[in-house]
Design a protein. Structure first.
Lengths: 268, 328, 267
């Protein structure tokens, strides 16, 4: 009889959301971008489960597609960022030397600049297409992750089994892959989920500011509509996307915390 | 005397280390400028400019010269605090930025203070009473706030306190059309307008501070020196304030210092939500009016500001923390 | 002569991952005034747990299952923390292994003394502290008072700690492995110092150590512990020359082997 612990619940919920996102076409009753089907600003009803916004778009469908967009952006950018971070972190941590230091200096510069400003500037420069957004988020997420990976690598490097492998004459590449990488897995997974959470946050923030790809409904865009909708009583435009967004972000933050907790080998 | 010399030494070293980073920032700015679509001269002069003006711009910025010469020219201009000319405001970029800067600073400081105070308070309670029910409640609430985007918090606050209950204004710095007879009423009006935005920011920050304070505090409580202090029969208040708190606060204050720097460039969303006329809103204006010189100027300014503030915070630390003091 | 400290059937366990691990099993002993008692055993024998139980500094997952610790008639285990603090530091004090980590790194030594005085309602007597430090062979006590703990050497820090423990004239001083984290030469100094403390101050001591040599050079009586239980009790001579249990004998023999048969441990 498996214990119903919080981690299981969280993973299950996340999977469910993922499936909703994947099957958005089937789950959503109407085309979210269609502004001609319904009247504007209708409260939740049998026809529109979550009501409509000022432009007559069905909020429920928008939310469903919004989940898909968020997950799409989140997963892609996080995976790219983490992949890059792991490579750079491993190299600079294990090999060290000039290259390692230079890479870290570069990462430091990225970290000093206010991240969101940079993202906005870059998105404005390039056109706000979904692929650009994913790239930009990934580009500005890897430095911090790389730092974390590097410090992990540095501490693992000093452990006995690595020293043993070195003494036995294994090649650097082999050591990195077989000894160090497996031990950084909890951190890497935890970072990955954390960046997903951050990416979803950023993606919806861009949507809120009107800088997202119009073909991909973003939860942030609906919240931008809510900015005005609440003045005329359209509380549903604020409530439903908000709850969805918070749940999404919360799930990944939670996963990130728990992954590190559960997977890290207990010392002593 | 020796103390003074080491302080000076530490200050100059930090100043020196700043230079490469600032240089890197300026370079990135230059690269970005080169990446802007379209003819840079037209961009800088504005689309409605006359051909002669565009030519002049080309001369001034040396746009017909090789890239590295352009870079040096650019560097020179930035060093002389010339960040370009804003198209939409028809004023030097630096001017525009400096006029708006105080608003952002006020918002940043108030938001951070609220977050810090709330976070410290709740974090300590959560740690001190960790066996009681209140602790997981505080932690869960903090976690939820941590996962909530700033515009969601802000919108809810607006909905309840500005629309439904009409306690606070929806935005702006001062009530429009009101003549303030004296400075006092002016300040009150500003504060009234400041409440919701800084509260929004504060709640966002509170979440991360609660977490940090709690873990830092717990670490201190389980440390050897705390155990020894307890065994010496010290009073609870002494233990709390003179031993636990002082040590636990340090990482939190560090974070606050770093975040203050970040805030200068980053309160974009909050400002646009509440129509707060700071640098964040300026950024959005620049985006919508395609005022590239302004955008670039803001970017350079805020990045350098962050770097400088971080260096200052670092420097102050080296003076205060007795453990680092001796290192140099 | 009424005993100063009486420990009766003390049983302490630690809650580890749901299970109870017993660290101290049914231990009883007494300590008289002006007496020095040494508790000897290997790591995990429970000796530190006894010390922590006396001062009420057990970790959160510790449970006192049974027993009494009577100090001048009062059962220490029944005291609330607010009542405990009148005894800790003033009547009973404790010094730990690794003195530097046991002192607040961000607090000047002088202020730590000040805290101690003020919280026990005694006026801060700085001259007395300086005098005490001098007697404990601390060179330049003025400078030491103005330093931060991390600036002191191991031996110096331990002296400061001993001073903190003695300054309010306690009746009982507990030393929990006071020499283990120090270099050998410093160890010898600290042991010598503790012997002098014993002679010059009227304080009873409980010395907790894994080193029989240290124990025999300072104690009037020795308690040998193994796996939470009291194995043997006797004078240094009894323990060394006429060990009654096999464990004690092996303990003595292994130590003897290290010192190549030298019977008098000179410290």
């Amino acid at each position: 009889m498996r214990k119903l612990n919080s981690l299981t619940v969280c993973v299950v919920l996340t999977f469910l959301l993922g499936i909703v996102g994947l099957l958005a076409d089937q789950v959503a009753p109407y085309d979210p971008l269609n502004t001609r089907m319904f009247r504007g600003l209708q409260p939740p009803s049998n026809v529109n489960l979550m009501g409509t916004d000022q432009l007559g778009r069905d909020v429920f469908s928008w939310v469903v597609y919004g989940i898909r967009t968020s997950l799409l952006v989140g997963l892609s950018s996080a995976t790219m960022a983490v992949a890059l971070a792991v490579i750079i972190g491993l190299l600079s941590g294990y090999k060290g030397g000039i290259i390692g230091n230079v890479l870290m200096r570069v990462a430091d510069v990225f970290l000093s600049i206010p991240r969101f400003m940079l993202i906005i500037v870059t998105v404005v420069l390039l056109s706000p297409r979904i692929s650009n957004i994913i790239l930009v988020i990934a580009m500005f997420s890897w430095p911090e992750a790389a730092r974390v990976v590097r410090s992990e690598v540095l501490s693992i490097k000093e452990r006995e089994y690595v020293m043993a492998a070195k003494a036995l004459g294994s090649r650097d590449l082999d050591i990195m892959i077989t000894e160090i990488l497996p031990n950084t897995t909890p951190t890497i997974l935890s970072l990955w989920t954390l960046i997903i959470a951050e990416a979803i946050l950023t993606e919806s923030a861009l949507g809120f500011l009107g800088l997202s790809d119009f073909n991909y409904p973003s939860l942030g865009v609906m919240l931008m509509m809510a900015k005005n909708a609440i003045f005329v009583g359209g509380w549903w435009v604020l409530l439903f996307p908000s709850i969805t967004l918070v749940i999404l972000i919360l799930m990944f933050n939670f996963l990130s915390d728990k992954l590190i907790e559960r997977l890290s080998p207990r010392l002593g | 005397m020796r103390e003074l010399i080491s302080v000076f030494y530490r200050f100059s070293i930090r100043l020196l280390l700043l230079i490469p980073v600032v240089l890197a920032v300026i370079t990135i700015g230059f690269v970005l400028m080169k990446l802007f679509p379209g003819d840079p001269a037209v961009l800088l002069a504005g689309e409605a400019a006359s051909p002669q003006y565009i030519e002049r711009i080309r001369e001034i910025y040396g746009l017909d010269k090789p890239v590295w010469e352009q870079y040096l020219l650019y560097l020179e201009r930035v060093m002389m605090l010339d960040l370009g000319y804003s198209l939409s405001y028809k004023r030097p970029v630096l001017d525009v930025i400096l006029t708006r800067l105080p608003y952002t600073v006020i918002l940043a400081i108030s938001g951070l203070s609220i977050g810090l105070i709330l976070g410290l308070f709740l974090g300590i309670i959560s740690a001190w009473y960790r066996k009681k029910l209140i602790s997981p409640i505080i932690n869960s609430i903090a976690f939820i706030f941590y996962s909530t985007p700033v515009y969601v918090i802000g919108q809810f606050l607006i909905y309840y306190f500005a629309i439904t209950y009409r306690v606070f204004p929806v935005g702006g710095v001062v009530t429009i059309g009101v003549e303030h007879r004296n400075f006092y009423t002016y300040v009150l009006d500003v504060l009234w307008h400041l409440t919701l935005p800084s509260l929004t920011l504060g709640l966002v920050f509170m979440a991360s501070y609660v977490k940090l304070t709690r873990s830092s505090f717990l670490e201190v409580i389980s440390s050897s020196y705390f155990l020894a202090a307890r065994s010496m029969g010290l009073r609870n208040s002494t233990l709390l304030f003179k031993h636990a708190l002082r040590n636990a606060i340090i990482p939190v204050i560090t974070l606050a210092g770093v975040q203050l720097g970040m805030l200068i460039g980053g309160v974009i969303i909050t400002e646009s939500m509440f129509s707060w006329p700071g640098i964040g809103q300026l950024t959005m204006e620049a985006v919508s009016t395609r005022d590239y010189p302004l955008l670039l100027g803001i970017f350079i300014f805020t990045s350098i500001a962050v770097v400088v503030i971080n260096a200052i915070v670092d420097f102050i630390y080296s003076i205060i923390d007795p453990r680092i003091k001796d290192r140099w | 002569m009424k005993p100063l400290l009486e420990v009766r059937e003390l049983t302490v366990a630690y809650r580890v991952k749901g299970a109870m691990k017993y660290a101290v099993k049914d231990v009883s002993f007494t300590l008289n005034e002006d007496e020095v008692l040494a508790i000897v055993g290997e790591s995990g024998s429970g000796k530190s747990t006894i010390a922590l139980s006396i001062v009420g500094a057990l970790p959160e997952n510790a449970v006192v299952v049974r027993g009494k610790i009577l100090f001048r008639g009062i059962d220490l285990l029944k005291l609330r923390p607010s009542e405990r603090r009148y005894i800790n530091g003033k009547e009973i004090s404790i010094i730990f292994q690794d003195p530097i980590t046991h002192l607040n790194p961000l607090r000047k030594v002088r202020l730590i003394f000040k805290d101690l005085f003020e919280d026990h309602g005694v006026e801060f007597n700085i001259q007395g502290v300086l005098e005490l430090l001098r007697r404990l062979k601390v060179p330049d006590p003025q400078r030491v008072l103005e330093s931060y703990p991390f600036q002191l050497s191991g031996g110096m820090a331990q002296r400061v700690f001993i001073a903190l423990a003695l300054v309010l004239n306690p009746k009982l001083l507990i030393a929990d492995e006071p020499t283990s984290a120090l270099d050998l030469t410093i160890q010898a100094q600290v042991v010598r110092l503790l012997r002098e403390v014993r002679e010059n101050f009227r304080v009873s001591m409980i010395m907790i150590t894994h080193d029989i040599g240290v124990a025999t050079s300072i104690a009037d009586r020795i308690l040998v512990m193994y796996d939470g239980g009291l194995v043997e009790e006797g004078s240094p001579d009894d323990i060394l020359l006429r060990p009654k249990s096999r464990y004690t004998a092996s303990l003595v023999n292994s130590t003897k082997a290290l010192y190549k048969g030298v019977m008098s441990w000179t410290y």
